[in-house]
Every structure is written in structure tokens, then in C-alpha cells.
Design a protein around this ligand. Structure first.
Ligand code: TXA
Ligand code: MG
Length: 321
């Protein structure tokens, strides 16, 4: 195995300046970073992830003032949200500047921008002196990594470095809000909830996940099977009397009783933030051929729970075996 040893902050900054791609920690999930201005670095990101180039990347910055280098026609709402929630788990979609290559935005006239709060991410961005394009550091359609070990298991042989910044505190990808259309619209739920957006900028729309199995992607990020583990995962209630496969493993939430004893619990007390931080690590741990089915208890679809429901619905098979 190429990693560990993990890459240092200064080594990561050097590699990024040379056009290499390096996995870096953020407070949400690990990102696979490259120079956002450099199409060959962006091409390496898509290649390492086996990600189709129609799915655009988020550009990471380490100061609100850098927003103006990346985006143009920035509305007041963007500055209000930046003041309220940056640095943090929020990505804003804004009209892009010409200096951002089309490969970064998949040809869209808009760009996704985020200012992460993780001190290691900020240090790498600052030391490299570059805005960093970074999707989650997983293979396309696989579960996002929340530890350096998760990254190494999927991408070790394909990338120049992995910086270990510990387990991600948030554990689910950033909330994405588009400010490039007529009305602010939440495109992906995350730790910043629609209520939190509304508190700062007033009424916001929330995009429903519209893609159905077998249907083409409706919009970037709407890919239905984005977060799927290899072992079938079922999210939801199990009908009484249903006979589960022999090697079923259950991820519980709160004090609910389930059809079989739980192997792990997202949060004994039903704390949604704790559950969010743990979910992907459990999905990685239990995605093991010893099991035929991963069962996840229902989770209330409110607050951060909306992000958990969104990811788990995409990860879930439609009918119980
Ligand atoms: O928390 C996060 O956002 C993490 C960390 C590494 O920052 N990154 C992440 O990136 O989740 P990724 O590439 O896995 O997801 C980014 C999503 C994609 O679904 C993409 O389609 C959407 O953002 N996106 C990017 N640019 C967009 C644009 N101009 N318009 C609409 N959606 C966009
Ligand atoms: Mg991703």
C-alpha cells in the first residue's frame, strides 16, 4: 500500500502547485483536490474517480474575498450567506468567471464555490495559493470518505498524496444552494438546512430529487445511485413477518426496536448531528462481502435528517430481498 505515510500539508501544497491531485480533509468529507485553474489537473481528478465529465466540481477557497476571483455578478444574498455560514458546510452556485475552465463546471455558465472550515483544508489552500477544485475523494457512485483510510482504500494507487486530518466532523457533503437562477434553490441538503438559509435570505426553494431509476439525470448531482455501497442497502421499515436474508446487518437509529438486533447505532439518543457524522463510516465498515444486506432504520426527515434521508434513499435498493 502506498499510504500511509500520509502526505504533509507543505508536501500537498507543493504537489498541487505541480498540477498533481491530492486528497485533503474537510469538515464534511474528504475531497480530491487539484488546481481549479488547470485543465490537466482537473482531468486527473475525473480520471482518478472514473467520474463522467458532465458532473461538475466544487471550487474551494480559504477567504471570502477570493469569491470574486471565481464568480461574477455576485448577489447580496451570497455575501449574507457567506457571512453567516462560511467557513463551513455550504456550497453556493454563482455565475462563473472566464478564468474557471469549462472542464471544472462541465460547460455550465455557473460555478460551485465553498470555503471549508477544516483548518488543514484552509492551510493547504493558503500554502498552495490556489483555488482547489475538489469532489469527494471516492470512486464515482461509491460512498464518500470520512477518514484518510477510506480514501486510501479506494484511490491509493491513483493519486499523488493523501493528507490525514482525522475523521470528518460533519460527515455528509455540503449543502448546495444555487444563487444563479431566479430564486435561491437548495440543490443538495446538508448540515445547513433550508430553514437556516431562509433565516438569512428569506424564502428559498428546495429541489426535489426528481430522478427515477432508469431515467437520465435531471440536473448535476441528481444521480440516483450516487452513494451506493456494494452490499445492497435497504433504508426504511421492514414489514412485520418479512424474512430477511441470513447475513443481514442492521444500523439502528435511536431507541427503536427493529426486526433483528442492531450491530451499530447511529445515535442512541436520536441525535441527528451525531448520526450524520457516523453514517458513512458505518456504510464503509459494513460494506463487506460477509453480509448480504445492510438495513438502516428510518430517520425523521427534518433538519439535518433531510440530508441523511436524501443520501440513504439514493443508497437504498427499492424493494427488500
Ligand atoms: O462537502 C462537499 O461539498 C465535498 C467536499 C470535498 O467539499 N465535495 C463534494 O463534491 O461533495 P462532489 O463533487 O462529490 O459533489 C458536488 C456536487 C455534484 O453533485 C455536482 O453535480 C454539483 O455539486 N455541482 C457542482 N457544480 C455545479 C453547478 N455549477 N451547478 C449545479 N450543481 C453543481
Ligand atoms: Mg461526491
Amino acid at each position: 500500500m502506498k499510504f500511509p505515510p500520509w502526505t504533509s500539508i507543505s508536501e500537498a501544497a507543493r504537489l498541487l502547485k505541480e498540477g498533481e491531485v491530492v486528497a485533503i480533509p474537510t469538515e464534511t468529507v474528504y475531497g480530491l483536490a487539484g488546481n481549479a485553474y488547470e485543465p490537466t489537473a482537473l482531468a486527473k481528478i475525473f480520471a482518478a474517480k472514473e467520474r463522467p465529465t458532465f458532473d461538475p466540481l466544487i471550487v474551494h477557497i480559504a477567504d471570502i474575498s477570493e469569491l470574486e476571483n471565481i464568480a461574477k455578478d455576485i448577489p447580496d444574498a451570497a455575501y449574507k450567506l457567506a457571512e453567516a455560514y462560511w467557513p463551513g458546510p455550504m456550497t453556493m452556485i454563482l455565475p462563473k468567471k472566464d478564468c474557471i475552465p469549462d472542464l471544472c463546471t462541465s460547460g455550465l455558465p455557473s460555478v460551485a464555490v465553498r470555503f471549508p472550515s477544516h483548518p488543514v483544508a484552509q492551510a493547504i489552500i493558503k500554502e498552495s495559493g490556489l483555488p482547489l477544485a475538489a469532489p469527494s475523494a471516492n470512486l464515482f457512485k461509491h460512498v464518500s470518505p470520512t477518514t484518510a483510510e477510506h480514501v486510501a482504500a479506494q484511490l491509493a494507487d491513483r493519486i499523488a498524496g493523501i493528507v490525514d486530518g482525522g475523521a470528518c466532523a460533519v460527515g455528509v457533503e455540503s449543502s448546495i444552494i444555487s444563487l444563479a437562477g431566479e430564486k435561491p434553490t437548495v440543490l443538495r441538503p446538508g448540515a445547513i438546512t433550508p430553514e437556516m438559509f431562509a433565516k438569512v435570505i428569506g424564502d428559498v426553494s428546495v429541489k426535489e430529487s426528481t430522478s427515477k431509476p432508469g431515467q437520465a439525470m435531471q440536473a448535476p448531482g441528481q444521480c440516483d445511485t450516487h452513494y451506493r455501497p456494494q452490499v445492497p442497502l435497504y433504508f426504511g421499515e421492514v414489514p412485520a413477518g418479512h424474512k430477511l436474508p441470513p447475513h443481514t446487518v442492521r444500523i439502528a437509529f435511536g431507541k427503536q426496536t427493529g426486526p433483528i438486533p442492531a450491530m451499530v447505532n447511529l445515535s442512541e439518543t436520536g441525535d441527528m448531528t451525531e448520526a450524520t457524522a457516523k453514517l458513512y463510516a458505518y456504510m464503509h465498515d459494513l460494506d463487506n462481502p460477509d453480509y448480504d444486506l445492510i438495513l438502516v432504520d428510518p430517520i425523521p426527515n427534518t433538519g439535518v435528517g433531510m440530508a441523511l434521508n436524501d443520501r440513504l434513499k439514493r443508497a437504498s435498493i427499492k424493494t427488500l430481498p
